[in-house]
Design a protein around this ligand. Structure first.
Ligand code: GDP
Ligand code: MG
Length: 162
């Protein structure tokens, strides 16, 4: 069985950009528009010679209503299907109430979760990390999905512990 890794987080934090980087596909819809990727999307990634299934999700705001609830449902199903969750947050936005809501849900699930502080470009990783410890997930992996910074060391840790 190949491991399943889900990308979860609020809209616009960089999940689809990370998905494209890890699967080297351009298929996931990447846009500035919040919540454009509304369905789960599956792709195959490779770390060294180990294959894995990656799930992109439309995002979860933590305050779901209307169309958002369908997106949240997709995210919850993806979490359910996954062996590992990459919980993405935006270094630009800092910690939001939505992040807290998602963190709470993930802690209750008991899945292996990695906290990924994306959009670290131009920021001090230590400063960013210190804010996100508040979410109670643990170690903060700082990344730039657009350029790949921090992605290798994140995936190294994921696969070491898998
Ligand atoms: P999603 O809604 O979580 O899937 O987010 P997207 O992957 O669609 O990205 C939303 C926006 O953030 C896009 O304009 C991306 O180009 C941009 N973005 C993603 N990752 C980074 C990053 O590491 N740094 C910066 N500066 N922008 C990023
Ligand atoms: Mg997306």
């Amino acid at each position: 069985m190949i491991p399943v890794i889900a990308l979860v987080g609020r809209p616009n934090v960089g999940k689809s950009t990370m998905f494209n980087r890890l699967t080297r596909s351009r298929d996931a819809i990447v846009a500035n528009y919040e919540g454009l990727t509304r369905d789960r999307k599956y792709g195959e990634g490779k770390f060294d010679d180990r294959r894995y299934m990656l799930i992109d999700t439309g995002g979860i705001t933590g305050e779901e209503a209307g169309i958002d609830s369908a997106m949240a449902e997709q995210s919850l199903q993806a979490i359910d299907e996954a062996d590992v969750v990459l919980f993405m947050v935006s270094s630009r936005d800092g910690v939001t109430s939505g992040d807290f809501a998602i963190a709470k849900h993930l802690r209750a699930q008991g899945k292996k979760v990695y906290l990924v502080a994306n959009k670290i470009d131009g920021m001090d990783p230590d400063m960013v990390a210190s804010q996100f410890y508040e979410l109670g997930i643990g170690e903060v992996f700082a990344t730039t999905a657009t350029h790949g910074r921090g992605v290798k060391s994140l995936m190294e840790t994921v696969f070491e512990e898998l």
